[in-house]
Ligand binder design. Structure first.
Ligand code: 0X9
Ligand code: ZN
Length: 411
């Protein structure tokens, strides 16, 4: 429920910002797109004679659209009244001078970051494509392990970011963790144990098309960029996995225009297919899936409030992670089973991983805690501290998973 309120609030803030918003309008990458709005009735009359437009959202019977230059001309010629808004909107002050996203990595910068790690640590890091997004971007996993080119009989840990486009901080934590592991391998026993004893698979961007869309066009975007064929866009990739997919309409939506649209069938999206294909070949013994915001550590089930048979074990791991995070700077993360601690979800990553492999899988909702602290738009000044707070918990998690699943058990 908390997040539903968040979404509504977010949309209201967008509207109230609209009149004065100009900070971001000169982003060069958005120059061929425009945001326009018109009443639902005017839109209905517009589409009697014209092709439908890409609808972003609707509030109080006012629809907001993303249009290309040609469509803007058509709109002007149609005589239908509409308002034009700044091209990149819905964002707060997340763009800074050093590149289009400041300290946040775009998709291309993420790939360069990963490639650089492979170049620097060829014996320990390998880049693998798990498939392509709808718009053809590779969905990469960075493997970190000793004997990295060999698929060893060691426990696999899966770490993902950016199922949701606007959650940029969720890209950074997996990236920084990868770099930390590689740069400090051999300097701490805990790291050596993880890298020698396990295989760590890091997918910083599960939804690259959504990320790019959030960067260049509409900062609030959440889903992937599927055209649903009914004037709406996007499937929520965190509702499209195949365990109890579509269990009810509370934990996901059958309505394509909704933020939590689950898609027409389980694994309908190439982005979730990529994760499925990869993990079926590299069964995870544990997983961390990063999101924001709220400061929560969530575990299955999401689809039902009935506890899993492993509830006590998964709770104990979450508690330890929360303690380790707290010890760094006193930041509080709450924890619990997803359906109870946040709200019901079906078709999400944790349920599919736990339901398929029986392995503990967590959604970590990164800071901030509250909407008024930035909500989905975690300030870039927080990246380093969010990471240093999370690091001991991530190391503990990897170490724990590697230790409780000694080599030989899984493959
Ligand atoms: O709704 C989601 O997908 C996640 N929250 S977010 O604001 N990042 O979109 C929460 C997923 C929670 N997972 C479970 N309840 N299992
Ligand atoms: Zn999310």
């Amino acid at each position: 429920m908390i997040k539903v309120i968040k979404s509504v609030l977010g949309s209201l803030i967008i509207l109230s910002c609209m009149g004065t918003f100009s900070l971001l309008s000169d982003n060069p990458n958005s120059s061929s797109h425009y945001i326009v709005s018109m009443s639902l009735d005017d839109y209905r009359s517009y589409i009697l004679q014209n092709r439908p437009l890409d609808r972003l959202f609707m509030i109080d019977r006012i629809c907001y659209f993303l249009v290309q230059a040609g469509e803007l001309n058509t709109l002007n010629r149609s005589g239908v009244p509409f308002d034009e808004h700044d091209r990149v909107f819905g964002g707060l002050n997340t763009y800074k001078s050093s590149g289009s996203t400041g300290d946040y990595h775009t998709y291309t910068e993420t790939v360069e970051f990963l490639q650089d790690l492979v170049e620097r640590f060829p014996g320990l890091a390998q880049l693998v494509s798990t498939g392509q997004s709808l718009e053809g971007r590779e969905i990469y996993v960075l493997k970190i392990s000793d004997h990295v080119s060999v698929d060893e009989s060691e426990p696999n840990v899966f770490i993902s970011g950016c199922h949701h486009a606007r959650e940029w901080i969720s890209v950074e934590i997996p990236l920084l963790f990868a770099r930390y592991l590689l740069e400090n391998y051999n300097s701490h026993q805990q790291l050596t144990d993880i890298v020698n004893g396990g295989q760590i698979y890091i997918m910083p961007v599960q939804n690259p098309d959504g990320l790019e869309f959030s960067i260049h066009t509409y900062r609030w975007w959440r889903k992937n960029r599927r055209y649903n064929g009914d004037m709406s866009w996007g499937v929520d990739t965190n509702r499209n996995y195949g365990y109890e997919w579509g269990y009810d309409d509370l934990g996901s939506s059958p309505v394509p225009d909704d933020a939590v649209y689950r898609g027409p069938y389980a694994f309908s999206e190439p982005e979730t297919q990529a994760v499925r294909g990869f993990l079926l070949n590299h069964p995870p013994s544990g997983a961390l899936n990063f999101h924001n915001y709220s400061q929560l550590i969530l575990y299955p089930w999401g689809y039902t409030a009935i506890p899993t048979v492993d509830d006590a074990e998964m709770e104990a791991i979450a508690r330890r992670m929360a303690e380790l995070i707290f010890e760094v700077n006193g930041r509080i993360y709450l924890y619990g089973a997803g359906a109870v601690a946040i709200y019901p979800t079906n078709g999400d990553t944790d349920d599919w991983i736990y339901g398929t492999f029986g392995s503990p899988s967590y959604t970590v909702e990164l800071p901030p805690e509250l909407y008024i602290e930035g909500g989905f738009f975690t300030s870039q000044e927080m990246i380093d501290s969010v990471f240093s707070e999370m690091l001991p918990a991530m190391l503990y998690f990897c170490n724990h998973i590697v230790q409780i699943n000694p080599p030989g058990i899984q493959e």
